[in-house]
Design a protein around this ligand. Structure first.
Ligand code: ZN
Length: 555
């Protein structure tokens, strides 16, 4: 180190994830990299004129958190939407929605997020007629927390051209009633996309998820500015939770372009990996777009090296793909891909050297995804591919050892589990058979099988708040048998959110550890996490976040 360090962090309890030096008290940052790690006395000796000194005050210091499954654009936009978290019953819903609608008279569509599947009451299905009572005179729609279902009132269905049904992709459904009109329930993106086009951002925030294509006609300068302003708020919000890196789970050129512009403008506060989203109706030729994304976007701040696919839907709406029918039905869920097409897509992506991340929630969806990854390995030979499966909520025992065998990462959201503290435990339990529950949300069992487990939130499904997810993993709710405790150790959990997620993006030699030479992505916490009662971990916050040595958040 020739120059004095720009920033020095002293008096911390550093958890470095560097096996050569797992614990330390202080570090120095120069030129966006970690220059030295050591005792407070050693590092204090390096202070020069102009060095900024951060006193950690005995709190934990970690590599910056990486959330390995988010929808940045949608999450950012939703920070400005009506949030229905915790709202229950028609009266409460009506009051909330009408108050919001009155304050936002310009909105073409009154749009809410985080509507529980049973928001009108236990066992009650949400219908357009109920939502007509909630808000009769204007188009109104609301998103389920998992973003797999939208419910719309009659005005909104009419305006979107969906009241009399319409064509959708496999796995999606405009639910129809006996009278030949839509019930108001729209399952999966291709069914609800026309409703999203009526939102403030005209659905551009969700296009990377819904189609993977770009806005047509292209966004105007004013629309791009509106979208970047929302992303800027979203990135600030992430940085305030100690996050320095994101793995986005939807993608298109438009989103990559906006983020690259923000990098140049200095407003990109988190490193963001954006995938190529391959949809089941797409021909294999479309993988040429992935090649172009990888070629055009490859900085340390914005890059593409991955394909995202969906194998099924979600348990709550009965669209997750199961080995046996849902209790009391003859319905096993919906396959988004035919197995042959999925396998061919995996073989193509793997041959291009791309990482694959597939959403698979039901036990049959997980099996078919593993089959696709096995087919890629058989066709192309084994390589360090680090293919991932997202969610893995239900798993058959025969498939548990296949994660380790095939080198597949288990990408899990501890806060999504019924013992995660966000969603009511009864909801998903009623949709599963007793024998499925023992391997449901089984991330500790997957870890014990020798497979790599990484953690994330799937924001905006749940808040991007890292410490609430850490608490969900370390101190889950205790549910009765056949639910099994999947409690994680604090160290495994923190490793999953830092070094593990850096490994998942092939960047383990560049970030995820507090070690000289690594990118200076660092979070100084408000507390000594190891001294906290597990149930209180969500009270800890980020006191300071640094990305590439730049302070992106200070409490
Ligand atoms: Zn997701």
């Amino acid at each position: 180190m020739t120059l004095p360090p720009e920033t020095i962090i002293l008096n911390g309890r550093l958890i470095t994830f560097d096996s050569a030096c797992p614990r330390a008290e202080a570090l120095a940052i120069a030129d966006g990299r970690i220059a030295a790690v050591g005792s407070t006395a050693e590092i204090r000796a390096l202070v020069g004129p102009g060095s900024r000194v951060i006193d950690a005050g005995g709190a934990t210091v970690l590599p910056g958190f990486i959330d390995s499954h988010v929808h940045l654009f949608g999450g950012s936009v939703e920070l400005g939407c009506l949030d229905l978290t915790g709202v229950q019953g028609e009266a409460a819903l009506t009051a909330k929605v009408r108050e919001w609608a009155a304050r936002h008279p310009q909105d073409r569509l009154v749009f809410a997020v985080q509507a529980d599947y049973a928001i009108l009451g236990p066992g009650l299905r949400t219908t357009r007629q109920a939502l007509d009572r909630v808000l009769p005179e204007r188009p109104f729609a609301m998103f389920a927390p998992d973003h797999h279902t939208i419910w719309a009132n009659t005005e909104a269905l009419e305006a979107a051209g969906l009241l009399r049904g319409g064509a959708v992709e496999a796995g999606a459904q405009i639910v129809m009633s006996a009278d030949g009109l839509a019930t108001g329930e729209l399952q999966e993106p291709s069914a609800y996309a026309p409703v999203l086009r009526m939102t403030r951002h005209a659905g551009r925030d969700m296009m990377g998820l819904v189609t993977g294509a770009d806005p047509q006609p292209p966004a105007t300068a004013a629309e791009r500015a509106l979208d970047k302003a929302a992303l800027e708020q979203g990135l600030k919000h992430c940085a305030s939770h100690g996050i320095t890196g994101l793995h986005n789970m939807d993608g298109n050129f438009y989103q990559l372009e906006l983020l690259a512009e923000m990098e140049a403008e200095g407003t990109l506060l988190c490193r963001t990996e954006v995938p190529f989203h391959y949809k089941s109706p797409d021909p294999l030729d479309r993988f040429a777009e992935a090649e172009e994304m990888r070629r055009r976007f490859n900085s340390d701040m914005v890059w593409c090296n991955r394909v995202k696919m969906f194998m099924d839907g979600v348990v709550e709406s009965g669209t997750a793909l199961m080995l046996q029918p849902y209790p009391g039905t003859d319905h096993i869920g919906d396959a988004v891909f035919e197995p042959e097409h999925f396998n061919a897509a995996c073989i193509r992506a793997d041959a291009m050297g791309l990482q694959i991340a597939t959403h698979a929630i039901g036990d049959l969806a997980v099996r078919r995804t593993l089959d696709g990854y096995a087919a890629a390995r058989a066709a192309n030979g084994a390589r360090d591919s680090r293919h991932r499966i997202e969610h893995i909520e239900v798993l058959h025992a025969d498939d548990l050892p296949r994660f380790k065998e095939l080198g597949v990462l288990a990408s899990i959201q501890p806060g999504h589990a019924p013992f995660g503290g966000y969603f009511p435990p009864g909801g998903v339990g009623a949709m599963l058979h007793r024998q499925q529950i023992s391997l449901a949300y089984a991330y500790q069992k997957i870890r014990e099988s020798g497979a790599r487990v990484i953690f994330s939130t799937d924001w905006p499904v749940i808040p991007v708040d890292v410490m609430r997810s850490v608490k969900a993993a370390v101190a889950p709710l205790e549910l009765e048998a056949p639910w099994c405790s999947q409690a994680q150790s604090l160290m495994d959990t923190l490793e999953s959110y830092t070094a593990g997620n850096a490994w998942a993006e092939f960047n383990e030699r560049r970030k995820g550890q507090l070690k000289p030479g690594m990118m200076a992505d660092v979070v100084v916490m408000s507390h000594d996490l190891e001294a906290m009662e597990p149930e209180t971990l969500d009270q800890a916050r980020a006191a300071a976040t640094l990305c590439g040595g730049r302070i992106t958040w200070e409490a």
